[in-house]
Write a protein that binds this ligand. Sequence first.
Ligand SMILES: Cc1cc2nc3c(=O)[nH]c(=O)nc-3n(C[C@H](O)[C@H](O)[C@H](O)COP(=O)(O)OP(=O)(O)OC[C@H]3O[C@@H](n4cnc5c(N)ncnc54)[C@H](O)[C@@H]3O)c2cc1C
Length: 407
Amino acid sequence: MATAPYIVVGGGQAGLQVCDSLRKFGYEGELLLIGEEPVLPYQRPPLSKHYLGGDLDAARLSFRPASHYEKLGIALRLGVRVTAIDRERREVVCSDGSRLAYARLALTTGTRVRPLSCPGAEHPAVRYVRTLADSDGLRAALGDARRLVVVGGGFIGLEVAAVARKQGKDVVVIEALDRLMARAVSPQISNYYATLHRGHGVDLRLATGVTAIEPAVSGVRVLTDRDEACEADVVVVGIGVVANDELAAAAGLACRNGIVVDECARTSDPLLVAAGDCTMHMNGFLGRELRLESVQNAVDQARVAAGTMCDQPEPYVQVPWFWSDQYDVKLQMAGIGMPCEESVLRGDPAAGSFSYFYFRDGRLCGADSVNRPADHMACRRLLAQGTMITPAQVGDEGVDLMQIARG
Ligand SMILES: Cc1cc2nc3c(=O)[nH]c(=O)nc-3n(C[C@H](O)[C@H](O)[C@H](O)COP(=O)(O)OP(=O)(O)OC[C@H]3O[C@@H](n4cnc5c(N)ncnc54)[C@H](O)[C@@H]3O)c2cc1C
């Protein structure tokens, strides 16, 4: 009897990486990648950066050309959604009515945007950025627009704001908390970015909530809990994402703000693994459970998931890292710096090139670097190795951090 294929559900960063890694781990059997989006797996980061700004072609967004999948024997079913998993019969049910048997299954279903819930939020001027289709729609809408309101001062909202300012649009950013990117960076970095955006002409309204969106004579009016009204042709909402874990939950897998997996990417069913944005995972490096939304996590955890599918389980212990491009400023984050007990500056914010290194329990736990890639790389290495380094050392520009990391 022919063995059923390994099936990967979700054609994003993690889904492609599971497929590629399965081949690297030596899996030679049938392999099928099922993705709801009708296009080859592509990079999402440029959707709010260079692609949105028109500096990158759609063709360059794809991770790999069609020939890559042929070469590796990865069968693709694109534009197809998996609607159910029948774990008893070991089959997936697809939106096109087909039922496909699997020997092992990887879930890489990612996340979807958290919708704005105030009255008027369904107005067609209100947009999100998650998919290529979203970014294409926003690009077209921005073409004729003069006024943009961004709801949410996180990475995606701020990247869109930066692109729109470069295009000369009037931009208002409304953020409910009292600082930018508060979930991820320190107050010092938030303040730096507030000054940066204001310096580029963004009207930044912190500690302000959106209460309603009303149609206006032209465009919409965004109302806030400070009794302000901002007129806009386009509203972009970036208030976070929600894990696509309903498929797994309906199949009886443990889910808690994501599909629960152990450090080897195993779900509560030994035949099923999960990786990427959709997982609530045990992170060996941090020693705790969390959900990460990053390219690093999608790639590294997918590798681990593929190893587990090939009965070569290795725990996931990689250092988390992330980046964001706003104007000509690159922010790179290594580790999880917040909360911390001590933060140490290296470099000069006034010169636009600096890092903050963070210490918790007397140990380096992360760094945020602004136009300072060498600090970022050194920090990743120091964290990965668990090298002891002191606040005095990182604060002294005469100390070569990479040399210490190299040992
Ligand atoms: C605009 C934007 C900018 C970003 N910028 C950065 C950045 O600068 N740095 C960084 O590190 N990260 C960034 N990210 C985050 C990064 O892109 C994600 O962490 C990464 O894409 C996660 O990959 P994933 O494969 O887990 O999920 P996804 O990329 O979400 O892929 C999941 C795929 O599964 C499909 N799917 C879901 N359910 C089903 C189903 N039932 N059947 C079939 N298919 C299904 C979805 O349609 C989707 O195509 C950004 C994300 C966005 C949206």
